[in-house]
Ligand binder design. Sequence first.
Ligand code: NI
Length: 169
Amino acid sequence: MAIRPILHYPDKRLRDPGRPVEVFDDELQTLIDDMAETMYAAPGVGLAATQLGVPLRLFIVDVAVDEDAASDLRVFINPDLVELIGTTSFSEGCLSFPGAREDINRAERVRVKALDRHGQPFEMLADGLMAIAVQHENDHLDGKLMIDRLSILRRRLLHRAMIKHGGGD
Ligand code: NI
C-alpha cells in the first residue's frame, strides 16, 4: 500500500470524468488499498479515484472517520444513484479543497446501486453523512466539484482562496 498525492483544485485532471471499471484485477485491488491509505492519512471521509488522477468510476467512503469509530470502509464501483429523497444542507469539506468548508444542498437520502471491490453488485439506502458523502464522491466521477454547487459569489471566494493556498500544479 502507498499514499498517493491528492490533486488539489484547480488541477484540470479533477475535471476528467471517470470511465467504468471493467477489470477487477490485482491492479484495481492495489488502487483501492492505496486510496484507503491515502484517505485515512489525510484524514477524510471519502475519496474518488479521479482525485488521484485515475479516471475510473470508483470511490470509497468511511463515515467512521468522522465519528472516531472503528473503520468501516465502503467501496463503490460504477455507482448509480437511482433515487434521491428529500433535501438537506451540510457543511462539506473535500480533500481537493484543503481547509475549505461550504454549506451544500443535497438530497437527504439516496438509493445507490454499485459494485463492490470484487465486482459483486449491492444496493444501499444511504442517509446522514453517508448520503452526503455518496453524492459528493459521485460528483467527482463526473468531473464535478463542490465549488460548482455554490452561488457565484461563494464560488469566486473559494476559487480565490484556493489559488492563494497554492492548490493545483
Ligand atoms: Ni471531494
